[in-house]
Design a protein. Structure first.
Length: 552
């Protein structure tokens, strides 16, 4: 809120939590629950005036319905709620190099958490070794150090209580610290009761169940120096209904996506995150998800038929959620079209499926900017372009936006319902191609537009992965291959903005959106070139600026 503790203080605080693919605002006041003279739940340390954790907890409790609903949940669910990110779960028994994983994740700005093993009684308690069972800890670092006799892998943890630390090997008062050089000991070792401590990776594996790494996008953990990566996200909101055994997987929710060409399997990693919507921790219902590669003969289907899911077809690998709200699975997929099939086991469950597709920047462009290839010597022209113009213009000898909309949808989009040119898009196209500024396209202006459309159609057909759309992560290819944009430089930042403007909520770009994008990009670049005296900048009056931006 727009307030301070000394000026216009209203006692109102705003927090945002991630739910079902969007950020949800939660507003709370500054009244915190107290039992006698102590804060009931999260509390600041002695002589500490830091109250934001208490307020955050109150907002999070409101978000979930009550303080009671915060007990005994799952760490990955909370991480997703708080960050909107994706959580990678690391099996400690299968991970050989924890130090490298933690360092790589920390370098990428990840939140790293873990939890101790559960008690048979289901009740958390303090153990003799200083740990607390069924308790969450934060991972704050990792280090490989050399002792007198060998190398030792250490991991550093923090108990959010701010006290109660590990008492075993490499704890604050452990004799192991005397076995390393003084300089390294001074850098790593602090003997104070602050909740932070070191332990060996082997002891960590023996006492903790899992490692959770949360980041805005998935993080590759198989190498310490990860090159800069770019990710594209596709989201599907839907509900899964218990299947019918006679129809099998064909009845379940299908989410079709594509891995672009040019991405080798070891460079294409898909992470699937399922978020069950609007459910309390105790109300979670099981979901399962299977991924299949779609054969070419089935790629034109909007929903795959029962014949696709024969008993001989095996899923690439599945994922199953028994009672948790979020799960992540990594895949290495070769280029092609895939379908993710989500199934409910008992009751109808709403979910959000997020698919992250990774492409290293090296596959996108070599520099932060790239120059587009030159236009080919000749463009193919429609043999009956003039007759098409006269057919829709009738006696007027020009086209308005409504007539252009009818023309484009009839002549260019036959057989592709759902991705038609809207009237607003056609108004924008008319404004961009209307050299006489009369709100209509005359025959010479339409001829120029038709040449652009034919070229856009070829670009789109070369890039689309299945009928009607292509993924926004391939937008750079469309801009690169649009020959009429020769000489225009496009930055990664501009590509990201165009993705937001012209892609849909699932990260897909339709043919009408691509046409509007490329025409506008060309028009804006040429406008700058015409108005700039030195090619570096331009000066406009307020009225000139308004005329420029309001009619395009």
């Amino acid at each position: 809120m727009d307030q301070s503790f000394s000026h216009q203080y209203a006692g109102i605080f705003r927090f945002w939590f991630w739910q079902c693919g969007q950020w949800v605002e939660v507003v709370v006041d500054d009244r915190l629950p107290i039992l006698k003279t102590e804060y009931l739940f999260v509390r600041p340390r002695s002589n500490n005036q830091e109250f934001w954790p208490c307020l955050l907890e109150k907002a999070y409790a409101k978000f979930h319905g009550s303080y009671a609903n915060l007990h005994y949940g799952f760490l990955p669910d909370a991480l997703v709620d708080l960050t909107g990110g994706v959580v990678t779960n690391i099996d400690l028994n299968l991970s050989s190099d924890l130090v490298m994983m933690v360092k790589t994740a920390a370098k990428a700005g990840s939140l790293i958490t873990c939890a101790t093993l559960a008690e048979p009684t289901g009740v958390a308690r303090s153990l003799k070794n200083g740990l607390v069972s069924q308790h969450a800890y934060t991972v704050t670092g990792a280090q490989r150090i050399q002792t007198w006799r060998s190398w030792e892998d250490l991991i550093r943890l923090w108990n959010p209580w701010g006290h109660t630390e590990w008492r075993g090997r490499w704890s604050d008062e452990s004799l192991e610290w005397q076995k390393i050089p003084d300089q390294q000991r001074r850098q790593l070792h602090e003997n104070k009761e602050d909740g932070e401590f070191w332990m060996s990776c082997q002891d960590f594996r023996d006492n903790f169940s899992c490692l959770h790494i949360c980041n805005q996008f998935p993080v590759s953990l198989n190498q310490e120096n990860v090159p800069h990566e770019r990710w594209s996200q596709v989201m599907f909101k839907n509900s899964a209904t218990p299947g019918n055994t006679t129809e099998g997987l064909s009845r379940d929710t299908q989410s079709i996506f594509s891995v672009p060409e040019g991405m080798e399997s070891h460079n294409a990693i898909m992470s699937i995150n399922i978020i069950q919507q609007n459910l309390k921790a105790k109300d979670k219902f099981p979901l399962s998800l299977s991924v299949f590669k779609v054969d070419p003969q089935f790629q034109h289907y909007q929903k795959l038929p029962p014949t696709f899911f024969s008993k001989f077809r095996n899923a690439i690998e599945g994922i199953s959620s028994k009672n948790r709200g979020s799960l992540t699975k990594r895949y290495s997929l070769s280029p092609g079209t895939y379908v993710a099939v989500t199934s409910a086991h008992s009751e109808t469950v709403e979910f959000l499926l997020r698919i992250f597709l990774k492409m290293p920047d090296g596959n996108r462009n070599l520099d932060s900017n790239f120059n587009l290839m030159a236009l080919k010597a000749s463009l193919p022209k429609h043999s009956s372009q003039e007759s098409i113009f006269h057919k829709y213009a009738q006696q007027e000898l020009n086209l308005d936006a409504a007539q252009l909309q009818n023309l484009l949808n009839q002549e260019l989009l036959t057989g592709t319902p759902g991705h038609t040119f809207s009237l607003d898009e056609c108004r924008s196209i008319v404004a961009l191609m209307d050299l006489k500024v009369n709100g209509r396209l005359e025959q010479d202006e339409f001829a120029r537009l038709w040449g652009r459309l034919v070229h856009c159609q070829r670009v789109f057909q070369n890039i689309q992965n299945h009928s009607g759309v292509f993924l926004s992560l391939d937008l750079w290819k469309a801009v690169r291959d649009a020959g009429f944009l020769a000489g225009i430089s496009v930055s990664n930042e501009l590509l990201d903005l165009m993705t937001l403007r012209y892609g849909d909520s699932s990260g897909r770009v339709s043919f009408p959106s691509l046409v509007c994008l490329l025409l506008r990009l060309e028009a804006m670049a040429k406008t700058f070139q015409n108005l700039s005296k030195d090619g570096k900048g331009l000066y406009l009056t307020e009225m000139e600026w308004m005329n420029l931006v309001m009619y395009n």
